[in-house]
Design a protein around this ligand. Structure first.
Ligand code: FMN
Length: 164
């Protein structure tokens, strides 16, 4: 419905990106992947992930049980796992924007190797400020060179290639 409204109302087709959380069951993820692959001609891609309503054991703050979506470092591994699952389930056919706890080049690289073509961040900008962007770019370049990649594109989904 969103896609038909986009085509109708706008009269043009800017990319439509579906953003998902990291709180889905395996069955949910399979269902989402099926829909997304079937619509891949009209869908720009997936953004993974939104904040989580789960509370990882690593949390120590007295506020840890407050209601709401959790972002940043505690979300990082959960979001990377969801990226990995969705890349595998969509067989790399749908572009993925990886987001969740990215604050270093290594964090970005982990998401790229699990299947993200682009990386986004929010919380690290609050804790580290705008210089975090340059830092991530520099660190990411070094990691790509170290592993012999000439571009980010070459590294997208690399972990799945070594797994199979
Ligand atoms: C204060 C705050 C507000 C947010 N608002 C939105 C929103 O309106 N729409 C949305 O899709 N995601 C929203 N997010 C989620 C972020 O875009 C992002 O997916 C999530 O925070 C994980 O990335 P991060 O760990 O780099 O912050 C919000 C996150 C925070 C912390």
């Amino acid at each position: 419905m969103v896609l038909s409204e986009r085509d109708h109302v706008l009269g043009r087709k800017p990319p439509f990106l579906e953003k998902i959380a990291s709180d889905f069951t395996d069955q949910d993820k399979k269902d989402i992947a099926e829909v997304v692959v079937n619509r891949k001609e009209s869908l720009g891609g997936l953004i993974i992930s939104n904040t989580t309503v789960s509370r990882p054991d690593s949390l120590k703050s007295p506020h840890k049980d407050e209601v709401g979506g959790l972002s940043g470092e505690p979300l990082k591994d959960l979001s990377t796992k969801t990226i990995s699952d969705m890349y595998r389930l969509t067989e790399g056919k749908v572009p993925i924007i990886g987001v969740g706890g990215v604050g270093s080049g290594e964090d970005a690289y982990d998401k790229i190797k699990e299947g993200a073509s682009l990386v986004q961040l929010y919380t690290a900008l609050i804790y580290q400020g705008p210089p975090v962007i340059g830092k991530i770019n520099r660190e990411l370049s070094e990691l790509l060179i170290k592993d012999g990649y000439k571009s980010i594109t070459e590294a997208v989904g690399a972990n799945h290639k070594t797994k199979s």
